[in-house]
Design a protein around this ligand. Structure first.
Ligand SMILES: [Zn+2]
Length: 210
């Protein structure tokens, strides 16, 4: 099935992930990424793969991490990049196949903050950087869930519905999202621009609420 992603003016085609890629948390994500990348490379004609993970209470990614040797061990974005880079070095060249483009983002403190971007001025990455205890506070993340879903324990169906609604709104104001979330979303957006790829809203929806 080919579809047009809103706002990107290019056709996109969803790719089914491998069966074993269902995850239940951050450590699972790190473990399945190599298998997912290998599956996409050897068994599909996927062009682009976007991964978004909640920062939760981890150290937030910052420009200093981009310098050679500057990566931070517990920063989730740095960790994801390392695992992706290691996996890519293991992939054999397949004739006629271009390497899968990978874009990685971290939602600060959680993906629900992106969903409320522009609707609540105080919800942004800068506030979390200036007040690290805010993003790492479990109550803040639960508060965001209540904002978005009306409950702290949404069903997967409700999470998906809200993610799609938010993606359709935000695709019209990506510059605002990037200015309010310059590191976590900015990294994703810069990768997408660099690779001349598209924003795969469906992939963001699938992985955003891990
Ligand atoms: Zn980092």
């Amino acid at each position: 099935m080919t579809r047009w992603a809103p706002g990107v003016h290019r056709s996109t085609q969803p790719i089914e992930p491998p069966q074993q890629s269902r995850t239940r948390g951050w450590s699972d994500v790190l473990q399945v990424i190599p298998a997912v990348l290998k599956h996409l490379h050897y068994r599909t004609d996927t062009h682009a793969f976007a991964v978004v993970i909640d920062a939760d209470a981890s150290p937030l990614h910052q420009p200093a991490h981009e310098a050679p040797g500057g990566e931070v061990e517990k920063c989730r974005l740095c960790q994801l990049r390392r695992v992706v880079a290691q996996t890519q070095t293991q992939l054999r060249l397949v004739p006629g196949r271009v390497p899968v483009q990978v874009a990685i983002g971290t939602a600060v403190p959680a993906i629900e903050a992106w969903y409320r971007c522009g609707l609540e001025p105080h919800i942004n990455e800068i506030t979390c950087l200036q007040n690290p205890q805010l993003g790492s506070d479990f109550h803040t993340r639960n508060h965001l869930k209540r904002y978005v879903y009306g409950t702290e324990r949404p069903s997967l169906t409700l999470e998906t519905q809200q993610a799609v609604t938010a993606a359709q709104r935000l695709v019209q104001s990506r510059s605002v999202l990037e200015s309010l979330f310059p590191n976590g979303f900015g990294s994703l957006a810069r990768s997408v621009r660099r690779e001349h790829s598209v924003i795969l809203t469906k992939t963001i929806v699938l992985l955003g609420n891990l």
